[in-house]
Design a protein around this ligand. Structure first.
Ligand SMILES: [Zn+2]
Ligand SMILES: [Zn+2]
Length: 419
């Protein structure tokens, strides 16, 4: 049994945090050569004889042997040329093919193929198996789908797949830049759990120390594998995939994305939102996220050097905020920040008093140099220039992205903290 299935079983027994940690994921198989057993695994998990296989040309080509393994199934196909951005039209197309029928879905690929499938299957209540082809991002087991509709990207309530399969031989052969992107997405988890614990300390947000420790251990282990990310190494590729999956499972345990993302993901999200309407094709998720992670790591560590701080209520020029978001996004941002905004929950005196605790939480983050070095060795992009962004736009996203979520992060409190 895979380590992930053991974790799922173990957490189901109960957790000291008091929350019932469940997931709809029933089976996870990550093995070398498993592509020839996909049919057998689907049968074992009660998939219907009728199957819709969704893929793009590249991901189908990478999964040689998968069709042969499905000889007992009656397969229909939806093969895209190349999906770089998951759009609502893809969701609708897939829904139209499965609506009102006795059929299950097998999605072969990574985020942009899987995300529309997870939403379509949730809406049509169909079984879903994801066959992952590259360890490139953290959304495989996620229950929400980032989808672009009318030029804007939003997160939709979708579902986790019932079954997740990956063949380490195929993962290892994935292009190096995809594996590096996956590595960058994993490093981000350090910031995610740091922000989560700080929110717990300051505003009493629900927090699970056990999950947080698991995430920290997972990412720390991965840092050690940096040298083998860009080469064809089954063990490393399998490990990155497994770790990315784990954070997805942890998100379903907590029913929020705290274990997987913090301020860095929100910055990357705004970058994408501001560039999409200009027709700019986004970078791979983990590339932007990796650079945002390094930027936040540096900022958080700098803050922690201060033995004490002065805190005050923030003063926000909301007109300026809404201008950055533009008329399409501004109403949503306004809704998230009115009648109160998340920092209203933070008492400045409390922030000052708890600063030592917050410093201790920040100091659990790994060294900046250590992370930077590992990311370099793992082939990750590490500068704003390398991800092809203007520094000015990047800085705008750092300053204004925290307003697009009702979520407390250390970055969100920037205007409250006087050094
Ligand atoms: Zn827990
Ligand atoms: Zn991510």
């Amino acid at each position: 049994m895979s380590e992930i299935m053991n974790i799922i079983k173990d957490f189901a027994k109960g957790c000291p945090c008091g929350v019932e940690h469940t997931t709809t994921v029933r089976d996870v198989v990550i093995e070398s050569g498993v592509v020839t057993r996909v049919g057998e695994i689907l049968k074992k998990n009660g998939f219907t004889k009728k199957l819709l296989l969704v893929a793009d040309k590249n991901t189908l080509k990478a999964s040689e042997g998968i069709i042969e393994s499905l000889e007992d199934f009656d397969i229909e196909y939806k093969i895209y040329d190349d999906i770089r951005v998951a759009e609502m039209k893809h969701v609708c197309e897939i829904e139209a093919l499965i609506s009102g029928r006795e059929i299950s879905v097998l999605s072969v690929g990574t985020g942009s193929v899987n995300d529309p499938c997870r939403l379509a299957c949730a809406r049509q209540n169909k079984l879903l198996c994801i066959f992952g082809t590259a360890p490139s991002m953290d959304g495989f087991a996620s229950y929400s789908s980032p989808i672009v509709a009318n030029g804007f990207k939003a997160s939709y309530d979708a579902k986790s797949p019932e079954v997740i399969i990956a063949d380490t031989k195929i993962l290892a052969k994935a292009p190096a830049y995809l594996k590096s992107a996956g590595f960058g997405d994993m490093i981000a988890k350090f910031i995610g759990i740091c922000d989560w614990e700080i929110a717990h300390v300051l505003i009493g947000e629900y927090y699970c120390p056990r999950i947080s420790e698991y995430v920290r251990k997972t990412v720390t282990e991965l840092l050690e594998m940096a040298d083998t990310v860009t080469v064809e190494n089954e063990e490393t590729a399998g490990k990155i995939f497994e770790q990315l999956l784990k954070t997805g499972i942890f998100m379903s345990f907590t029913k929020n994305s705290r274990p997987a993302s913090g301020s860095e993901h929100i910055i990357a999200h705004l970058l994408e939102c501001l560039e999409l309407p200009k027709g700019i094709i986004p970078n791979y998720h983990g590339e932007d996220v990796g650079v945002c992670t390094l930027t936040m790591l540096k900022y958080y560590k700098e803050l922690a050097k201060h033995e004490s701080i002065k805190a005050k209520r923030e003063i926000v020029d909301w007109d300026e905020v809404y201008e950055v978001y533009g008329e399409e996004m501004a109403p949503d941002v306004e809704k998230l920040n009115s009648p109160t905004t998340v920092t209203d929950l933070v008492d400045p005196a409390d922030l000052e008093n708890k600063w030592q605790t917050i410093r201790e939480i920040i100091n659990k983050l790994p060294d900046y140099d250590k992370c930077y070095d590992a990311m370099k060795r793992a082939g990750c992009k590490t500068t704003v220039e390398e991800i092809g962004k203007e520094q000015e736009l990047f800085d705008t996203c750092i300053e204004f992205s925290p307003f697009m979520r009702r979520r407390l992060t250390l970055l969100r409190m920037k205007k409250m903290i006087e050094l």
